[in-house]
Design a protein around this ligand. Structure first.
Ligand code: PAF
Length: 282
C-alpha cells in the first residue's frame, strides 16, 4: 500500500498510465477507522481495481464550539487497517497542505442542507461539500463509498455530484451497528460506560417507529409519540430531533407513502449522536 501526504505526489500518482483502465473506488474518511469504514473499504475492494482511502480531519466541517481539537486521531492504527483491507493508496494530507494560506473557495449545496444536521450545525455541510469536492477533484474516482449512518450527508454529496456533472457515482452502504443497535461511529469513543448503555436508545426509538409503520400505523403524530416515549423516559438522553421524512428531499411528512426515512439526533452530555432508518411503507 502506498501512503501519500502531498497533493503534488497525489497528482503524479493519479496521472499514471495504468490508472487509465479499471475502476477507482474511493472511501473518504476523517480517520479513527472502525468497522463502518472497514465495510466501505471491503465493498470498494470487491468492486474496484484500485481502492483509495483518505484520512483527513477536515477543520472546515467543525463549528467553533465543536470537537475538532479532541477528535480521535489514530494514524498508525488507521494505516494498518487500510493495509489489511487491501487498500492501494492512503492519502493523508496535513491541513496546511490541503488548505494552504489564502485558501478562499467554498462549495455549497443549498436547500438539502437547511434542515436537521444543517440547522444544528450551520457551517457543517459547507465544510463537507468543500472537502469532498476537493478530494473528488484530486482522486478522480469512479465510485465513492459513503455510510448510510450520515443519511443527509449522502443526499448532499449525491446532489453535488449531480449538480457539478461529476463523472462518478456515490454508493450508499448500510449502517454497521453494535449488538444493541447503536450505529458505529468514531464519536462513540467519547461515551462513558453509563452513556454507552443509554446511547442504544436512539436506535431503539427508530426501530419502534419503523415497527409502527410496518404494522400499518399511518398517523405521524402517533408514531412520533411512540418513538419519543423511549427517549423521554431517560433524563440523560436529550432528544434534538426525531422526524419522519421524505427519503429524497428530507421534508417532514404528514402522510406516509413510498419509502420514508426516520431521522434522529440525540445529545448525551456534550456528545451528539445521529442515526436513521429507511422504511418502505407497505
Ligand atoms: O463522513 C465523514 O467522515 C466526513 O464527513 C467526510 C465525508 C470524510 C468528509 O470529511
Amino acid at each position: 500500500m502506498r501512503v501519500i501526504h502531498s497533493v503534488r505526489n497525489l497528482h503524479s500518482w493519479r496521472n499514471k498510465k495504468e490508472l487509465l483502465e479499471g475502476t477507482i473506488g474511493f472511501v473518504p474518511t476523517m480517520g479513527a477507522l472502525h468497522d463502518g469504514h472497514l465495510s466501505l473499504m471491503q465493498r470498494a475492494r470487491k468492486h474496484c481495481r484500485t481502492v483509495v482511502v483518505s484520512v483527513f480531519v477536515n477543520p472546515l466541517q467543525f463549528g467553533e464550539t465543536e470537537d475538532l481539537g479532541r477528535y480521535p486521531r489514530s494514524f498508525h492504527a488507521d494505516r494498518r487497517l487500510c493495509r489489511e483491507a487491501g487498500v492501494d493508496l492512503l492519502f493523508a494530507p496535513p491541513p496546511e497542505e490541503f488548505y494552504p494560506e489564502n485558501f478562499q473557495t467554498t462549495v455549497r449545496v443549498n436547500s438539502l442542507t437547511q434542515r436537521w444536521e444543517g440547522e444544528a450545525r450551520p457551517t457543517h455541510f459547507q465544510g463537507v461539500t468543500t472537502v469532498v469536492t476537493k478530494l473528488f477533484c484530486l482522486v478522480r474516482p469512479h465510485r465513492a463509498y459513503f455510510g448510510q449512518k450520515d443519511y443527509q450527508q449522502c443526499l448532499v454529496v449525491n446532489q453535488l455530484i449531480h449538480d457539478l456533472n461529476l463523472d462518478m457515482r456515490m454508493i450508499r452502504c448500510p449502517t454497521v451497528r453494535e449488538s444493541d443497535g447503536l450505529a458505529v461511529s468514531s464519536r462513540n469513543q467519547y461515551l462513558s460506560a453509563h452513556q454507552r448503555v443509554q446511547a442504544g436508545l436512539l436506535s431503539k426509538a427508530l426501530r419502534q417507529g419503523r415497527d409502527a409503520i410496518r404494522t400499518g400505523i399511518r398517523n405521524v403524530r402517533t408514531i412520533q409519540a411512540r418513538m419519543e416515549k423511549i427517549l423521554g423516559n431517560n433524563s440523560d438522553v436529550h432528544m434534538e430531533y426525531l422526524a419522519i421524512c421524505d427519503s429524497k428531499n428530507l421534508e417532514p411528512l404528514t402522510q406516509l407513502r413510498g419509502t420514508v426515512v426516520i431521522l434522529g439526533a440525540v445529545r448525551l452530555g456534550t456528545i451528539r449522536l445521529i442515526d436513521n432508518l429507511l422504511v418502505r411503507c407497505p
